[in-house]
Design a protein around this ligand. Structure first.
Ligand code: MG
Length: 403
């Protein structure tokens, strides 16, 4: 026989405009859900989850029953988000402590957990965290990539790795709680655990005052510390506590293995996963196609973005493109200028041999005419005039107007 007393409170805090947390507690079930999502969608997700967990546990107060209830909550939130575009992206954490009944009819406390809401066990003034946060920063702490101190301020400490309504499948941490009479278990949203240190939580939650007062003190302390998020607290105190005949600690995935269970269940679940991947695959393919298409546009633009002059069979010709080409884009000859490649000054002939790049056809044509006229200016014409049997020579310079 396991019995507990309970107290609970949820508070909007000092910053948020709505309270997206939801809580429930009675004499066999305690739940905290911390919703997320704009347009009040977080409130919907957390309320739907509390309702589904309550109903599911009511119908089947076992470990399997509560696990299934959380999976049902996940499906319900996901479907609601799909059917209501203004609720797209909504989700919630859930942490539930249920007095589950085993095959011998013994009820004992079992913890179910998804997200970063927390459970602490308090005994003789000491605090022990029962749940592992499913957040990027805390996962990295467990992997050894961050220290616990670094995780406290890491920018990804609020980014969840698991949540209700996030994915078609959900992994639920499940663990038996070994409690003794007098122990307390605190469930809370991160609006409490982010504002208060473990020492403060331990002192207030295990304070030898009625648990209603302890709950009020915890909420007040979180508000006084900043109240930057919604604050939710459920505190239970065991009067009697049985221990599960077979204590468990496991992570249960709602995704069925490829060959398992009844055919109907397996087919239904696999179709959900196919559906889950379909839109992601399409989005990914569209993204990749857009990137590749963008690359083609940029390369094509670069390949034909400039013009140049070059010698073509003794004439100055205007080309579009890069002289050596770009990938499979070869330069295009636009026209001949009818100007001889040899009627240029020596330096210009050398430049023409190496090609002369210009930003536009007009400029290229101007440069060709200028080179040619420069050559003509440098030419001297010897005009021979015969007058009355006398031959005189005069040197005149032909002036060519610059084009
Ligand atoms: Mg929160």
């Amino acid at each position: 026989m396991t019995r507990w007393r309970y107290a609970a409170a949820t508070d909007i805090g000092l910053v948020r405009e709505t309270n997206q947390d939801a809580i429930f507690v009675d004499d066999s079930l305690a739940v905290v859900a911390d919703g997320m999502g704009g347009h009040a969608a977080g409130e919907v997700a957390s309320a739907m989850t509390i309702d589904a967990v309550y109903q599911g546990f009511l119908e089947n107060p076992t470990v399997d029953g509560l696990s299934q209830a959380i999976e049902d909550a996940n499906s319900a939130v996901l479907q609601e988000a799909r059917e209501n575009p203004n609720r797209f992206g909504m989700g919630t954490t859930v942490i539930a402590l249920g007095l589950t009944i085993d095959e011998h009819g013994v009820s004992s406390p079992t913890l179910f957990h998804v997200g970063d809401s927390r459970a602490y066990q308090l005994r003789d003034g000491a605090l022990r965290q029962l749940s592992d946060d499913h957040s990027v920063a805390e996962e990295w702490v467990r992997m050894g990539r961050l220290t616990p101190e670094e995780a406290l301020t890491h920018p990804r400490r609020h980014q969840l790795t698991r949540g209700i309504g996030v994915d078609a499948s959900v992994d639920v941490d499940i663990a038996s709680v070994i409690a003794e009479p007098g122990d307390r278990v605190l469930l809370c949203s991160d609006g409490l655990s982010n504002e208060l240190s473990n020492e403060v939580i331990a002192r207030l939650a295990s304070s030898p005052v009625p648990i209603d007062d302890a709950v009020s003190d915890l909420v007040a302390a979180a508000r006084q510390a900043g109240g930057r998020d919604n604050i939710s607290v459920v505190l239970v105190e065991f009067d009697e506590a049985d221990i599960a005949a077979k204590p468990i600690k496991k992570t249960l995935s709602s995704v069925a293995p490829p060959v398992a269970e009844g055919l109907g269940v397996a087919v239904e679940r696999s179709s959900r996963r196919r559906h889950r991947f379909t839109w992601r695959v399409w989005v990914s393919l569209a993204f990749v196609a857009a990137v590749i298409g963008g690359c083609f546009v940029v390369i094509h633009w670069y390949a034909y973005s400039s013009y140049y002059l070059a010698n073509d069979n003794g004439q100055i010709a205007v080309y579009q493109g890069q002289p050596s080409g770009v990938l499979w884009y070869k330069p295009i000859k636009l026209f001949d200028t009818k100007l001889s490649s040899k009627d240029l000054r020596t330096g210009d002939q050398i430049s023409l041999g190496a090609t002369i790049s210009e930003p536009s056809v007009e400029v290229a044509l101007q440069v060709a005419n200028f080179m040619h006229s420069s050559w003509e200016e440098g030419q001297t014409t010897v005009t021979t005039t015969t007058t009355a049997g006398t031959t005189t020579s005069a040197v005149t310079t032909t002036t060519v107007k610059k084009g």
